[in-house]
Design a protein around this ligand. Structure first.
Ligand SMILES: [Fe+2]
Ligand SMILES: [Fe+2]
Length: 170
């Protein structure tokens, strides 16, 4: 890397590339949650729909947080293209299982960037990512709690209505 580039960017360029990939992942998550919200809306699961709309908004905030971090530190954040969004789900349980899998993947991705930060001694970016580590733990726990309800209560019509109502409090 040329010194002139190093003078302009406060974060490591390889880390910046990974952060740009993370922007795309957060944006993708946001769109997935939106598709899930739509499915719930159409299936009369109003509280779950509301919960998932909120999740979609949160993922967009995560995306913007990284976006601004890159630009604030002299890098270039890229507005992501989003594709591969499915609107086909088998059930509410399927939605929350898919959501947990998605969150686990995001956690792994954040950890991968932190590992890179340490390797290249980009402690500023590592410090920035600490918030995301905590956030991911909370997110995963939230979805695990919801999935436990299906184990406890089942998936028939009445159980589904009860679970939907409880999701209101998540
Ligand atoms: Fe996120
Ligand atoms: Fe998330």
């Amino acid at each position: 890397m040329k010194d002139i580039v190093r003078q302009k960017i406060g974060i490591n360029v390889d880390v910046m590339d990974l952060l740009n990939e993370q922007i795309a992942k957060e944006a993708h998550s946001s769109s997935v949650y939106l598709a899930m919200a739509s499915w719930c809306d159409h299936n009369g699961l109003m509280y779950s729909a509301e919960f998932l709309y909120k999740q979609a908004a949160e993922e967009r905030e995560h995306m913007l947080k990284i976006f601004k971090f890159i630009n604030d530190n002299g890098g270039t954040a890229y507005s992501p293209e989003i594709n591969n969004i499915t609107h086909e789900y088998n059930s509410l349980q399927d939605i929350f299982e898919t959501a947990l899998d998605q969150e686990i993947e995001v956690t792994k991705s954040i950890h991968k960037i932190v590992t890179r930060c340490r390797k290249v001694q980009d402690y500023g970016s590592e410090n920035f990512l600490q918030w995301f580590i905590t956030e991911q733990m909370e997110e995963e726990n939230k979805f695990r709690r919801i999935l436990e309800m299906f184990d406890l209560m089942g998936t028939d019509g009445i159980a589904l209505k009860l679970i939907d109502e409880r999701i209101k409090n998540e």
